[in-house]
Design a protein. Structure first.
Length: 318
């Protein structure tokens, strides 16, 4: 979202900008205004989703924004003095932006996948069967759903989107998930540069934490993990798996953090990443913590930075 596509001068508060999307798939576009005092205003766009605003629209053929902007203070964010958040007037747009502004992130902010979650997502796809936003969000959360549920979602999409690379890639991935128990787990590279088994069968349970050197919350959680590690039950194995693309950054982080348990690395470019992703139900959001048994059966999982009490409860420390 921070990649600069283009810029144009505003004259008396007006501007016109043309952008040609190089991809067949719509992309997300945001607006930033920088005044003569170098103050940056970040646009927010009103939506039809309660308690949710969007910082982007999509690359539809025509976007029109007419009206006055208003400053606002975002909740739980303390921006630098040279940044101001503003609400834009409503957008006149094409169907992809309409689908985005009428669906929104909140329907995917779930802790448990239940019938209400599934039905809400289905209703939105039926309403907007062409929406790349909805397809992308399902892809982002694909491992939170069962293969059957993802298959039901995919069958509701209609038109040219079903011929897109994104749709086909998710379809192929999901078909493999129906037989994921038969997928052999790969050996992963450890901190010594050797390939080894992920789980040690001498332990009954395994706490696996997916992280990366660049992930602030992941690094913030490490001191807590160290404390819990020193108090854990002897039947529990600790394992950290980095998804760093840069091996050097991972090795640097290991030297800095000094974690005294098994360390592995794998990223999206590795052919075996998909196998790990499927078996551990990894969606990509980190830190991702999962408790499993020796058969790779998931007992519990959680996403995001945990507190000491949450982590103690997660692994049943009394």
């Amino acid at each position: 979202m921070l990649n600069k596509l283009d810029s144009v001068f505003t004259i008396n508060g007006k501007f016109k900008l043309k952008y040609k999307n190089q991809s067949s798939t719509p992309i997300y576009i945001g607006l930033f205004h920088i005044d003569k005092k170098n103050i940056k205003r970040i646009f927010g766009f009103p939506t039809n989703v309660p308690h949710w605003g969007s910082s982007v629209f999509m690359s539809d053929p025509l976007i029109e924004i007419n009206g006055n902007i208003k400053e606002y203070k975002p909740v739980n964010i303390l921006p630098p003095k040279d940044i101001i958040f503003i609400n834009s007037p409503r957008i006149k747009s094409g169907k992809q932006t309409i689908a985005l502004l009428n669906s929104g992130d909140p329907i995917f902010n779930f802790n448990i996948v239940n019938a209400t979650v599934i039905n809400t997502i289905k209703e939105k796809i039926i309403q907007y069967p062409f929406s790349y936003f909805l397809l992308e969000k399902i892809d982002d959360n694909k491992n939170s759903f069962s293969p059957k549920q993802v298959d039901e979602f995919l069958k509701l999409f209609k038109g040219e989107i079903t011929e897109s690379e994104s749709f086909k890639k998710l379809s192929v991935y999901n078909k493999k998930r129906f037989n994921e128990k038969n997928i052999a787990m790969p050996l992963l590279e450890n901190a010594s540069g050797e390939k080894s088994e992920i789980l040690d069968p001498r332990y009954k349970k395994h706490l696996v934490v997916f992280w990366a050197s660049w992930c602030g919350p992941c690094r913030q959680e490490i001191p807590l993990l160290k404390t819990i590690y020193n108090r854990k039950d002897s039947n529990l194995e600790f394992i950290s798996v980095s998804i760093d693309a840069d091996k050097n950054e991972w090795e640097k982080a290991l030297k800095e953090e000094k974690m005294n348990w098994k360390q592995f690395i794998i990223n999206e470019k590795d052919p075996d990443y998909e196998k790990v992703q499927m078996r551990f139900r990894l969606n990509g959001a980190i830190p991702y913590t999962v408790l499993i048994d020796n058969r790779f059966k998931i007992i519990k999982s959680t996403v995001g930075l945990s507190s000491d009490k949450e982590l103690e409860k997660f692994i049943d420390i009394k």
